[in-house]
Design a protein around this ligand. Structure first.
Ligand code: ATP
Ligand code: MG
Length: 437
């Protein structure tokens, strides 16, 4: 039974459906993204947190919410064969971060600003921008209650997309107020939907009394008009909630973020209150939400911790990199500075010593190495040097070596110019091989 479902072609195993290999040169794009993230998080004084990929299932049932899509249908859950524990591959990381914060009493001396990057797992129908293993960058600010941190977090995501050179990304914000306000709105919402019961699809009917707010999130075209006329939560917010929301808007405007209010934005997760937000592009088809987040003041208590205000977001890295490709077409180059041509294996000890010295000076060196058919001819080695994209070939030929020298041939400027350099003074000429010199 299980074997039947495994993706086996003859005797070859493939990757699990919806789970991707990230290969060079694409992986360079990921490193480029991660580099920007680290720099930016440093600038905003957010610190890195790394939590396990596997957590106890109830963390998500309670934390993410048992009426969410994630918990209802998307989790990879299993029983530990050895002790029967119920475990889940994390579908998102906010509950994990909050669990860790409670477990280690992270906020004992004040608020903490944290970020993470890593794989998440959701059993969805794979398509462009929607995978079963996907990567999220997340930022969470724990222990802060004011609207300035909501604004700061939105600003971090905004700045990151700017740094990556992206444009035409909408920032939509909304406020979900506090629980008491949502209760009153909920009653009005249920009453409204009951009046239009004939238009509710099966999903909406099921949610009517468990999570009616989520019905606002429906993608069913038949329900759009009816849903557009539903009572808006914003109209049910009290003075304090409105003040919080107004301040977020003021600060965003002051910092140059272009935003709009989407009164129907509810987010897919149960734990949000006050500010919620999404970053959306129209250039990636149906999977246009790059980043989503909001305030989750109740989550610490839900997970057994002390009441602790918090706010955060998650960003889909595949979607962001796809947009980079669509908008800027930038593909990171992965060329070494130097390709080392070694016609005879006897030259290997001398060549490797010289290459080590070059590398110690930060020169990126790709060494020719034997393939199934041996080291290959000079001609085939030069071919590989060319296709590596290196600016220079270093030729450890017998003539040069007999003079304790190496030939340096220019590959990229069309001149084919060649000089010889002494092998006992590598440090003196290493810098001439540096990219950009
Ligand atoms: P969607 O409505 O697209 O399913 P979501 O509301 O489920 O998104 P969140 O749980 O808020 O998404 O996750 C934050 C971000 O992670 C999303 O905005 C998206 O960029 C990314 N993301 C979510 N699910 C996937 C997936 N299956 N594959 C790739 N990226 C994803
Ligand atoms: Mg989803």
């Amino acid at each position: 039974m299980i074997e039947k479902k495994t993706a086996v072609k003859a005797d070859r195993l493939n990757a699990v459906k919806g789970m991707n290999d990230i290969l060079p040169p694409d992986s360079a794009q990921w490193e480029w993204f991660e580099q920007h993230v680290r720099e930016l998080m440093g600038v905003y004084a957010y610190r890195n947190i790394r939590t396990p990929i596997v957590e106890y299932t109830p963390l998500f049932v309670k934390g993410t919410g048992d009426t969410t899509d994630i918990v209802e249908k998307e989790m990879y859950s299993f029983e530990d064969r050895l002790n029967g524990e119920q475990l889940t591959l994390r579908p998102e990381n906010t509950p994990g971060v909050v669990r860790a914060a409670i477990e280690h009493n992270l906020t004992y001396d004040g608020g903490k600003r944290l970020f993470y990057m890593g794989p998440m797992f959701r059993h969805e129908r794979p398509q462009r921008g929607r995978y079963r293993q996907f990567y999220q960058l997340g930022a969470e600010a724990l222990g802060f209650s004011g609207p300035e941190v909501d604004a700061e977090l939105i600003l971090v995501a905004w700045q990151l997309l700017q740094r990556l050179g992206l444009c035409n990304v909408r920032v939509e914000i909304n406020s979900l107020g506090v629980s008491a306000e949502r209760q009153v709105h909920r009653a009005a919402l249920i009453a409204y939907f009951e009046q239009h019961a004939d238009l509710l699809d099966a999903d909406a009917q099921r949610r009517l009394h468990t999570n009616p707010l989520r019905i606002l999130d429906t993608k069913n075209p038949v329900m759009q008009e009816m849903v557009a006329g539903a009572p808006q939560l914003l109209h049910y917010l009290g003075e304090a909630s409105l003040k919080h929301f107004e301040m977020v808007k003021t600060l965003l405007t002051a910092c140059g973020v272009i935003w709009s209010v989407n009164p129907r934005q509810v987010r897919g997760l149960d734990y949000y209150s006050h500010t919620v937000f999404e970053f959306i592009t129209d250039e990636l088809g149906a999977q246009g939400t790059l980043c989503g987040g909001g305030r989750y003041d109740g989550l610490f208590e839900t997970l057994g911790g002390k009441p602790t205000p918090a706010v955060g977001w998650g960003m889909g890295i595949e979607r962001v990199l796809e947009l980079v490709k669509v908008q800027t077409g930038v593909v990171a180059a992965l060329s070494p500075d130097v390709y080392a041509i070694i016609p005879d294996v006897g030259a290997l000890p001398v060549a490797l010593t010289a290459l080590q010295t070059l590398r110690s000076q930060g020169i990126s060196v790709q060494m020719h190495a034997a393939m199934a058919d041996g080291m290959g001819s000079m001609k085939s080695q030069f071919k590989r040097a060319d296709s590596s994209g290196a600016r220079f070939a270093l030729v450890f030929g017998p003539d040069e070596l007999s003079k304790n020298e190496v030939a340096v041939k220019s590959l990229r400027d069309g001149s084919g110019a060649q000089v010889t350099r002494p092998l006992d003074a590598v440090l003196e000429w290493a810098a001439t091989l540096q990219s950009g010199t």
